[in-house]
Write a protein of this length. Sequence first.
Length: 402
Amino acid sequence: MSEYVVRVGTPDGLVLQQRHRASNPEALRRELEGKGLHVFVLQPVRSRLGLPRWWRRERITSLEFLVFNQQFSTLLRAGIPVLQSLELLQRSQTNPVFRQVLLRVLEDVRSGVALSESFAAQGGLFPRLYCATLLAGEQSGELVPVLARYTQHSQMLEAVRRKVSSTLTYPLVLVLLALGLIALLLTYVIPRFATFYLGFASELPLPTLIVLNTAKLLEQNLPYMAGAMVIAYPFLRRWLRSDHGALFLDRLKLRLLFVGPILHLFALSQFTRSLGTLLSGGTPLVRALEVASSTVTNRAIGGPLTRVAPRVREGQALWSSLDATGLFPELTIAMVQVGEATGALEEMLANVSQFYDETIEVKLARVVSLIEPAVLVVMGGVVSALLLSVYYPMFTMMQRAQ
């Protein structure tokens, strides 16, 4: 999270200067305009050197937030008031960012602000699903069971996320090691043969000439290429954090061979599990759809899902609205249709989420069994081709000499 200074105009005609925290300026502008404010100036807070303080991004890990909610739910279940529970958890936090955020939440709650509003006012630092869950618990008077359901939801998503990341780590390491070996060959080993073959340039085969010239080009321009990458990195990173860049990256992820379908299913699992959690907490369907669509981390999936809530508000059935997105399998649409017709939508959504999790696990096992030998064969072939193109002329000259 970054801190921004904004100058806004209120509907009453006042001009105010405020400080807000947000993930990016576009999200903050949308949030302020959604509150009926007109944004005149929006600038990042700068350090004493006059540079934007993007390096001081506030961050709370998903594991820290999960542990906090487990402890918070336990304290509330034991009968400890909300304010006292927050004070205990605020003092026990080891993350200074989280401790400072909880201190702001405490101050808001002491002044009479609702717990859900206080968490929502932290500049998008906490998921919208969490704030909506707290609001449903406050309105229904069942904060403890609602919070327990959210904790269970977070545990399941975290387990799936860890399984996906841990399973794909080994193939990724193989790819990086193979690319590193190829880079070493092209920038250090192969250029050593260029001077040896210099007197035989006319007799060298075309593959050898291509490899030698490529290696020579890389060796001569490596410092410039490295400098260009260093200069381009902050601009590329900033673009990827923007709405257009993040959407482009998410679409690219879904097109990845083997991994794309798994990421697609994980995004759908996030949506269905979040929707079921909100509905079981008493949140109305349209509001639950709006929040659940915003919890999907992949924007290429979350974008079409944001159009489901308006269709349902207009009177269209949920199953047909989901079917119109083209994102869900036929089995999912059929299960939602049955749940909607029988009044067991929450149970059906839980079954759909469980089905997605099991499918992800099966696909992960299949991907690992395919990627590992494929990476070894492809990279081994590339390395062998490079070495053969370099050593083949040497063997040819040795045979001629004999």
